[in-house]
Write a protein that binds this ligand. Structure first.
Ligand code: GLA
Length: 378
């Protein structure tokens, strides 16, 4: 009886034959890849924010890169090690160049990139299109080092450091959708002008009325956040406002499946798998759902200290194969019976990956607030 009520998503790959009746998505509905896109499948990696927030240091990033190798994540397909907000000196240099925070990142960003590349991994970094990054605008981090007016210069700096992935975060309450499109496009063009393939990951939502679900950003970026920030919460009453839970992000992102395709990924935010506010069962369901959505899978837990169970969730080979299928179709919710739902993702070989999702609650005690939120609002 109890097992009937457990939040459980079982994913199986089945032949198209057995699923033809319930799958309405066709393989021809994926978005087109941008020419030369470096993200033909959803990016797999780790990002510092959810576990370390603004206190991230170079040593921790190096250790995370080490852990990505020793845990087997690299061999499972994870590539990007992304340093989120608070890596930079609060002042640009005399020529207007960005530079590393000398206390937190004493070796500098080029050396960090070299270290990450030396592990067979790729290097990601965070920046913002306005005057301030999120930690500067709404947190207590000093300075105004956003890229506004410095787009070409900053893109060239990132390329010279060996950056392979840029997370570009609006983080301002101001700006219309067309202003956002124009500003995000400036950095897209600046990145392209470097000649270096750099995955372009944008967030048009933070501290702004969410626009990630109101416009198809595929012309502008390789991946775009669809919602406000996901924390380690199963579900709350927020539709698309901070903080989001797994179920809330799922409900905003699932209807956007048609936007998904090689070089075009709906980003339902970094994973909270293994974060303290989710049970292992919830983490498994979350990972399976993000895999079915063709979401970028950016681990946000402290992978240096994760348990064997959490490591196994992140390295699940069948789910990673579903996520990385070259067709890039977004999983669709093909049936919704309230607490039970069915998701289906067409695969390149003509089969369909299916997830049976029970989102019902077990008992009132299972509703609990997240215990620890390092990557919280400032
Ligand atoms: C915003 C973003 C987060 C993170 C922080 C950093 O909240 O949505 O993912 O990058 O800024 O300050």
């Amino acid at each position: 009886m109890v097992s009937l009520h457990r939040r459980l998503l079982r994913l199986l790959t089945a032949t198209a034959l057995t699923l033809t009746a319930c799958v309405t998505a066709s393989a021809g509905t994926t978005a087109e890849a941008a020419p030369g896109s470096p993200a033909l499948t959803p990016p797999l990696g780790w990002n510092s924010w959810n576990s370390f927030g603004c206190s991230i240091t170079e040593a921790q990033v190096r250790q995370a890169a080490d852990a990505m190798v020793s845990s087997g994540m690299r061999d499972a397909g994870y590539q990007y090690v992304v340093v989120d907000d608070c890596w930079f000196d609060p002042q640009r240099d005399a020529a207007g160049n960005l530079r590393a925070n000398p206390t937190k990142f004493p070796s500098g960003m080029k050396a960090l990139g070299d270290y990450i590349h030396g592990k067979g991994l790729k290097f990601g970094i965070y920046q913002a299109p306005n005057e301030k990054t999120c930690a500067q605008g709404v947190g207590t981090y000093p300075g105004s080092t956003g890229s506004k007016g410095h787009e070409r210069q900053d893109a060239a700096t990132f390329a010279s450091w060996g950056v392979d992935y840029l997370k570009y975060d609006w983080c301002s309450g101001s700006g219309t959708l067309s202003e956002q499109i124009a500003r995000f496009t400036l950095m897209r063009d600046a990145l392209r002008a470097t000649g270096r393939p750099i995955v372009y990951s944008i967030n048009p939502n933070s501290f702004h009325a969410p626009t990630g679900d109101k416009y198809d950003w595929g012309e502008v970026a390789d991946l775009w956040r669809t919602t406000e920030d996901l924390l380690d919460i199963w579900q709350n009453n927020n539709t698309n406002s901070y903080p989001m839970g797994v179920g809330n992000v799922l409900d905003v992102t699932a209807p956007l499946a048609a936007q998904s395709g090689p070089g075009n990924w709906n980003d339902p935010d970094m994973l909270v798998v293994g974060r303290p506010g989710l049970s292992l069962t919830e983490s498994r369901s979350h990972f399976a759902l993000w895999s079915l959505l063709s979401a970028p899978l950016m681990a946000g837990n402290d992978i240096r200290t994760m348990s064997a169970d959490v490591s196994a969730i992140l390295r699940n080979p069948r789910l990673l194969a579903v996520n990385q299928d070259p067709l890039g179709a977004g999983g669709r919710r093909v049936r919704d019976d309230g607490d039970t739902e069915v998701f289906a993702k067409p695969m390149s070989d003509g089969s369909v990956a299916v997830g049976l999702f029970n989102r019902g609650v077990l008992a009132p005690a299972r509703h609990r607030a997240p215990r620890h939120q390092a990557g919280q609002r400032h």
